[in-house]
Structure formats: structure tokens, C-alpha cells
Ligand binder design. Sequence first.
Ligand code: SF4
Ligand code: SF4
Length: 456
Amino acid sequence: MVSLYEAQQKIYPRSVSGLFSRWRWVLVWLTQLVFYGLPWLEWGQRQAVLFDLGARRFYLFGLVLYPQDFIYLTGLLVISALSLFLFTAVAGRLWCGYACPQTVYTEIFLWIERRTEGDRSARMRLDAAPMSLNKLWRKGGKHFLWLAVAGWTGFTFVGYFTPILELGREFLQLRMTSWEVFWVLFYAFATYGNAGFLREQVCKYMCPYARFQSAMFDPDTLIVTYDEERGEPRGARSRKADPAALGLGACVDCSLCVQVCPTGIDIRQGLQYECIGCGACADVCDTVMDKLGYARGLVKYSTQNAVQGRWSRAEIWRRVRRPRVLIYALILLAVSIALVVSLVLRTPLKVDVVRDRGALSRIVAGGMIENVYRIQIMNATESVQHYRLSVSGLPGLTLATESLLQVDATASRWVAVRIQMPYESTRPGSHPIYLDVAAQSDGAHVREKSVFHVPR
Ligand code: SF4
Ligand code: SF4
């Protein structure tokens, strides 16, 4: 019987140092300082960044957002998508190789693996060896540290949704809610599984971005390339040997570029969808070239056009300013400016008007027709506000309830509002009216349209 299933071969990436590896670590530190650090920042008397789903408030430093401000999240997503288009068109899988959480956590987990089990060959030997005290100690230590990082990551994640100090207290007193426990464990498990075990398989089989980004590549996109003309024919030689005399190219066929590759591919076979553009093969090949006294750059970031036309770096840079990139950049700039301006000009007050469903309208004392509404006033400032309510749109329209309302800081309040008008002032039917809510202190003002019903 022929099996069509190919078992996954475990990849043991060798450690590497060099320019791109240093950049990756810079990004690991930056992204993780932001992720782990943000929930601990205070803004006034509260957490600076908090998505309080229960209270339906989102705090972003000085901003207090309501679900009604969803448009800003949409703007942020559009900016993220456009940035991805722009950076991918210019520099290929820059995000994948340096800043994607999958890459970042795999890098952290690999660092722990190397500290506990050793580099590539030591790890391969340890995996092949029978169980022993040494193996148990090393494997146990690795998993303990992985679980600690994963647990802390899950705790931090939940700390964006529940005030992290409160969450810490709840954890120490063993009184976390079942949902908090679930999400901490869920996120920790995802981190542990993805960064510890699945690794390159997430990029190869699970990530949708890896699939559609090839559509954003063009012949001027930066990719990691092997200079075939210079490298071939490949072959081993002594350090002192003259490759030209031996009829060899610059590649010594050491396979180090394959050994450092986190997805286990051979860059010498050309651009492959598994390549995340991390530059590890370029770093290691440069160290090989240095040892041999050859020029660096046998494996390097370049573009398809640059490789074919043997372009200089200046020519590659010139092609960055191509129409497609400029259009992406302009749209990105316009959307970013629009988002910032709309956030700056945003009214820190939201109003929702709902007609009372119990009674369409009724006739009350004094020959007045009355309609009842429920109004939600959302105070998006961090101080107590007083709002004046007024109505307009029909002759003789008056408020029969309190017009001055107080709403606590970052709170919302529902109020029942009765609006009346003399019966003979207008004809029967549904008439548009306007409800104005104006803040007494900062001048914020919102006008909402509704309908006043006059019975026959
Ligand atoms: S690291 Fe460089 S020299 Fe070694 S096999 Fe790869 S391309 Fe050839
Ligand atoms: S081929 Fe090179 S750049 Fe691509 S994933 Fe492997 S090591 Fe990274």
C-alpha cells in the first residue's frame, strides 16, 4: 500500500547571528515591551489601555470610546491593511520575518530551547537519545519555562480586558472568574502550542496572509535571494583553494543556510512560498563568506529585477518610488490623517434616542399630545457632565420632563423623556423632530432626529 501522507519532519533551526538576526531581536524586544508593558501603564486613576467589554468602554490613554465609536476601529484596520500592502510591495514578508507574533514567540521559545537543550546538533542528539535523567531535566526545564512564558502571555492578554492589577489580586487570592481563567489558559495554550510545537506549520498551512501576499509581490519587491550566477557550480573546497581554478562558484555547499532556516527550506532553489523573509540564511552565508575571504551577499535581500539586471543598491532604491508604492503610500497617508483629524474633532458625547414601544402617542391633560422616548446619554469625558436637553421641529413642542441631566464621568445614563404639543397645532401623522443635547461645560452638542406621532 502506498501512503499519501508525509509525516512532518521536525525542524531544528541552528542559531545564527548577524545584522538581520539583531534586527529581529530589536523587534522582539520592542513588540514585547509594548505588549507586556502597556497594561501596567496608568492614566489618571485608571489603566491607560483597557478594553472593558462588560461596561462597553474602551480606554486608550486620554480617549474613552464606546461601541458607537466602532468607526475608529474600522479606520485602524484599514490603516493596518494598507500598511501591510505598502510594506509587502516594498519589502516582501517584512512583517512575517520580524514582527509577526508567530515569529516573535517562536524566537523567544527557541532561545529557551537553546539555553536548556543546546544548539541544533545537541537538540537532535537529545531527541534521538533514550530517556535519561539528563534528558528529563532538560526537557522538563524547557517545558517549565515555556509554560511560564505562555502563562504570563495569557495573563497579560486578559489584562487588556480586566484591570491587570485587579486580575493579579484575584489570581493571588484564587478568585478569578471562570471566564478569566478560560481566556488566560486559552491564550497561554495557543502561545505554547504555536510557538513551541507548530512553529513553521502555522506559517505554511494556517496563516491566510502567507497565501494572499504573493499577489502583492512584483519584480521590484525585496525578497531574500541566492545569487545563482555567483554561487554555482557549488562545491566544497579548502580555504586556500582558488574556486576559479576548480571551476567552482562561491557557494561551498555547507548547507548552513538550510540549517538556520526556521521553515527548513533551501533558498538556493529559488523563491518559495514557505520563505518568511527572515534573512537568517543571508546572515549565516555572510559569516561563511567572511571566513573564506569572499565578498558578502551570496544570499541577500534583493529584487527579481535587480538580480536579473545586476542592479546596484541605488537602482533598487530608485525603484522603491514606483507608482504602485506611491499610490499605497498616498492612500495610507490620507486615511491616517482622516483618522487623526476625526479623533481630534470627535465630540465626547454620544446620544441614542429610542421611541417608547409601549404607546405610540397619547392625549394628556390640557389637550396635549404626548410621545415618550428613551434617551441614552453617553459621557465620553473623564469628568461629571451636565447636559441640557431641548426639542424642536414642530410648533409648540415642549419637554414635559427634566431638561437638565447629570451624567457621571465615562458613564452612560438612560432617561425617559416625555415630549408634548397642543393637539390642534399640527395635522395627524408622523412628523420629524430634533432632540438636542448640549454639554454645559465644554460646549459638546449632539442633535438626534426622531419622529413625533400625532393620532387621528
Ligand atoms: S550558506 Fe552560503 S555557502 Fe553555505 S550552502 Fe548556503 S549559500 Fe552556499
Ligand atoms: S529561506 Fe532564508 S529568509 Fe527564507 S525563511 Fe529560510 S532562512 Fe528565512
